[in-house]
Each structure stands twice: as structure tokens, then as C-alpha cells.
Design a protein around this ligand. Structure first.
Ligand SMILES: Cc1cc2nc3c(=O)[nH]c(=O)nc-3n(C[C@H](O)[C@H](O)[C@H](O)COP(=O)(O)OP(=O)(O)OC[C@H]3O[C@@H](n4cnc5c(N)ncnc54)[C@H](O)[C@@H]3O)c2cc1C
Length: 294
């Protein structure tokens, strides 16, 4: 399998990269870790005329907390997310996600920014970004703008980014102290894409009642989905109450819209959503609860 021929550029700054994308028009494509783009090119499902390689643009790989946000540089490798002690302690969903994507080879090269910018509803990071209420900072010819995760995923392989915009930073609001999260990917085998995935983030009060919840779903629609009604079911409820958890999971499954395919029928996948969401709520609650007294 070989791609069609293309021009290659390796800019050394963000403005240079944006100018190359602008001048290259629709045929220009940004390359980050190449773990989605290169397979598509080899299959000739994508045939860009110009590849703009982001890897020599400095200052896009970092994990840091400042001004009320966790900030992930778009070029941060998924392996670095998995290895981050900060994320393991305080951003459980992101740690969970980064541990279940593909295999170490893909995670060493693939970037968080590429994983969300690709717009694949089967990718695992987007559901976590929805649950965590992420904002995406993008730079383009007319400057920088931010897009909320709810407005970012427009269709299969389509996001709110225009062809000459570069995702530079993912911003996640720092969670309140009694918060916990969990991501569960149900897959047919090691290194497979999700049959179904769910990410849940909860914040509780000292009585164990849910103050806020975020629920994102993977591979059950044309885009990653946020299960807003299921989030509402949890608000104000004691998360030790199994009935509230089961009801939220049932509502989330009802909101999902999976397709029947080689991984299973739509009905089977809805059943998996219910299972994954209830399991994630319980684990997120345990993790939030464990933070009391810290
Ligand atoms: C064998 C295998 C198994 C996989 N399994 C999984 C899995 O289980 N779960 C999962 O989530 N993913 C999986 N993937 C996909 C992979 O994890 C990600 O989709 C991939 O890493 C995307 O990041 P990248 O940096 O490699 O992006 P690239 O492949 O370089 O780019 C992907 C797309 O995003 C665009 N892009 C990249 N960076 C930016 C940016 N900063 N701004 C704007 N646009 C940008 C590119 O132009 C391109 O259109 C798998 C991939 C392989 C090869």
C-alpha cells in the first residue's frame, strides 16, 4: 500500500504552518503523529497534495495546570498522557483513555490533538473531552479562537476546524476537590477500536450527592455523543443509590444511536452502553469519594 505522491513541508513556527495550510488550500493537510492520516493515505482514502508536518513547530507539547485549567498542548503524545502522574491523580478519565488506545507504538507517536481533530466517533479521547467540558484553542489566518467540545464534533471525520486552522491547546476546567472520573472501552480484542466506550466525570458534595456530571459516549453515533439527559438524572442524587445510577445508564443507552456492524448489532451495543455507563459512574463516584480528607 502506497500513498499518492504529495509535496512535504516542515515549518518551524505556527504562523509559517498556518500560511502553508492557507496557501495550499483544500489539498493541504496537517500531519501530527500520522497514526490516522498515514493509514488513510496508504489506503488512498485521503490524497493530500501537500503535507504540512507539525512536528518541528516548537511549544506544542506540554501538560500543565494554570489559571483554572489543565492545558494540553495539541502535539502532546498519548504516551505522555498515560505517563503523567498529575493526570493519574486528578484527571482519571484522561489517564484511563490513554491507557486503552491501540498499543504503545501508536501511543508513542499519536497526539491528543490529532486524536480529537480527526473527528472519528470511534476515537476514545473525544468522549472524555465532552465529559470534562473541554475547550479547544485553534490558531488560523485570522488569529486564535476557542471552541467548546459541545460545538466541536460536527460529523464523522468533520470538526469545527477549518482546513487552515491548527488546534494548539486543549483546555479542561480544573475539577473541584471532590471529583472523579472513569473511562471504559469495550473492545473485541487488544488494539481494536471500541465497540462502545463511555467516559464519566462526577463532582460530589460531602454527603456524596452529585453536584455535576459529565457523560460522553464513543462509537455510538456519527459523532462522539454527550448524554445530557443522563447527566441530569444524576444531579442531586446520592451516587451510592444504585437506582439513580441504573436510571442514568438506561437514559444514556436510549440517547445512543449505534449502527449494526461486525462488532455487533445496534441493540447489543445499546446494552453495552448501559453497562459501560453504570460501571463508569460507580468508579467515578468511588474515585471522587476517595478524595475526601485529602
Ligand atoms: C493500529 C491503530 C489502532 C488504533 N486504535 C485506536 C483506539 O483504540 N482508540 C483511538 O482513539 N484511536 C485509535 N487509533 C487512532 C489514533 O490513536 C489516533 O487517531 C491518532 O493518534 C491521531 O493522532 P495523530 O497525532 O496520529 O494524528 P494524524 O494522523 O497526524 O492526524 C489525524 C487528523 O487530524 C488532523 N490534525 C492532527 N493534528 C492536528 C492539529 N493540531 N490541528 C488540526 N488538525 C490536526 C490531521 O490533519 C488529520 O486530518 C488507532 C490507530 C492505529 C494505527
Amino acid at each position: 500500500l502506497t500513498p499518492n505522491s504529495f509535496e512535504y513541508a516542515s515549518p518551524k513556527s505556527l504562523p509559517e504552518a498556518i500560511e502553508l495550510l492557507r496557501a495550499g488550500g483544500d489539498g493541504a493537510k496537517l500531519l501530527a503523529g500520522g497514526q490516522s492520516l498515514i493509514p488513510l493515505m496508504k489506503l488512498r482514502l485521503a490524497s493530500p497534495t501537500l503535507i504540512v508536518d507539525l512536528n518541528r513547530v516548537p511549544g506544542l507539547e506540554y501538560i500543565t495546570e494554570s489559571s483554572g485549567f489543565l492545558r494540553l498542548g495539541a502535539l502532546t503524545r498519548m504516551a505522555d498522557v498515560a505517563d503523567s502522574e498529575l493526570l493519574r491523580q486528578n484527571y482519571h478519565i484522561l489517564h484511563d483513555v490513554s491507557s486503552v488506545i491501540a498499543d504503545p507504538l501508536v501511543r508513542n507517536l499519536g497526539t491528543v490533538g490529532g486524536n480529537v481533530s480527526h473527528g472519528d466517533p470511534a476515537n476514545d479521547f473525544p468522549a472524555a473531552m465532552l465529559a470534562l467540558r473541554a475547550e479547544f484553542a485553534a490558531a488560523g489566518p485570522s488569529g486564535e479562537r476557542t471552541v467548546k467540545a459541545d460545538d466541536f464534533f460536527l460529523g464523522t471525520l468533520t470538526t469545527a476546524l477549518s482546513h487552515d486552522e491548527i488546534l494548539t491547546e486543549i483546555r479542561l476546567p480544573t475539577p473541584p476537590p471532590l471529583s472523579g472520573g472513569s473511562y471504559l472501552k469495550l473492545e473485541r480484542g487488544v488494539s481494536h477500536f471500541a465497540t462502545v466506550g463511555a467516559g464519566v466525570q462526577v463532582t460530589i458534595n460531602p454527603r456524596g450527592e452529585c453536584e455535576s456530571a459529565g457523560i460522553g459516549l464513543t462509537a455510538v453515533g456519527p459523532t462522539p455523543l454527550r448524554a445530557k439527559e443522563a447527566e441530569e438524572v444524576l444531579r442531586g442524587k446520592a451516587l451510592s443509590d444504585g437506582r439513580a445510577v441504573d436510571e442514568a445508564a438506561r437514559v444514556a443507552a436510549g440517547a445512543s444511536d449505534p449502527m449494526s456492524d461486525i462488532r455487533g448489532t445496534a441493540g447489543y451495543k445499546k446494552g453495552l452502553v448501559r453497562l459501560a455507563v453504570s460501571s463508569c459512574i460507580r468508579k467515578a463516584y468511588q474515585r471522587a469519594h476517595a478524595r475526601r480528607g485529602r
